[in-house]
Design a protein around this ligand. Structure first.
Ligand code: NI
Length: 176
C-alpha cells in the first residue's frame, strides 16, 4: 500500500468525467487500498479516484460505523430529507462552505470484485456519498457555495450545533 498524492483544486483532472471501472483486477484493488490509506492519513471522510489522478468511477467513504466503504461505478438511487452544514474537500484544503444535501442517501455500486450491492447512509455519510459521486462527474462542492466560511462563521455554526444538542443523561450506573 502507498500514500498517493492528492490533486488540488485548479488541476484539470478534477473537472473531468470519469470512465466506468470495467476491470476488477489487482490494479483496482491496489488503487482502493492506496485510496483508503491516503484517506486515513489525510483524516478525511471520503476520497474519489480522480483526487489521486485516476479518472475512473471509484470512491472510498467512511460509513455510519466509521468503516471504509468501497463504491465502484456508484449511483444514487434514493434520497430523503435535507441537511445543511459545512462541507470540505481534501482537494480544497482548510476551507469549508455551507452545502445543502439530502439527509439520507441510498446508493447502488459494485464492490472490488464487481458484485452489485446497495448501501445507505445518513448525515455525514449521506453528504459524503453526494460529494464523492460529484467528483466522478468533474464537480466540486465549491460550485454549490457563494463563499467560503470564515473561521468565525464556522465556529458560530459548531457552537449553535452544540447548544442545540441534548446532553446525555447521567446514568450513574456504578454510583461513584
Ligand atoms: Ni472532495
Amino acid at each position: 500500500m502507498a500514500i498517493r498524492k492528492i490533486v488540488l483544486q485548479g488541476d484539470d483532472i478534477l473537472t473531468k468525467v470519469c470512465k466506468p471501472v470495467t476491470k476488477f483486477d489487482q490494479k483496482l484493488h491496489e488503487l482502493l487500498d492506496d485510496m483508503k490509506e491516503t484517506l486515513e492519513q489525510a483524516n478525511g471522510a471520503g476520497l474519489a479516484a480522480p483526487q489521486v489522478g485516476i479518472l475512473r468511477r471509484a470512491v472510498v467513504v467512511l460509513d455510519d460505523e466509521d468503516d471504509f466503504l468501497e463504491l465502484i461505478n456508484p449511483e444514487i438511487i434514493a434520497t430523503e430529507g435535507e441537511q445543511c452544514g459545512p462541507e470540505g474537500c481534501l482537494s480544497v484544503p482548510g476551507k469549508y462552505g455551507m452545502v445543502t444535501r439530502p439527509y439520507r442517501v441510498r446508493v447502488r455500486a459494485q464492490d472490488r470484485n464487481g458484485d452489485w450491492f446497495e448501501a445507505e447512509g445518513e448525515e455525514l455519510t449521506a453528504r459524503c456519498f453526494c460529494h464523492e459521486l460529484e467528483h466522478l462527474d468533474g464537480h466540486l462542492y465549491t460550485e454549490h457555495i457563494d463563499h467560503f466560511l470564515t473561521e468565525e462563521e464556522l465556529m458560530a455554526y459548531y457552537q449553535e450545533e452544540e447548544e442545540g444538542m441534548e446532553l446525555p443523561e447521567e446514568t450513574g450506573e456504578d454510583g461513584q
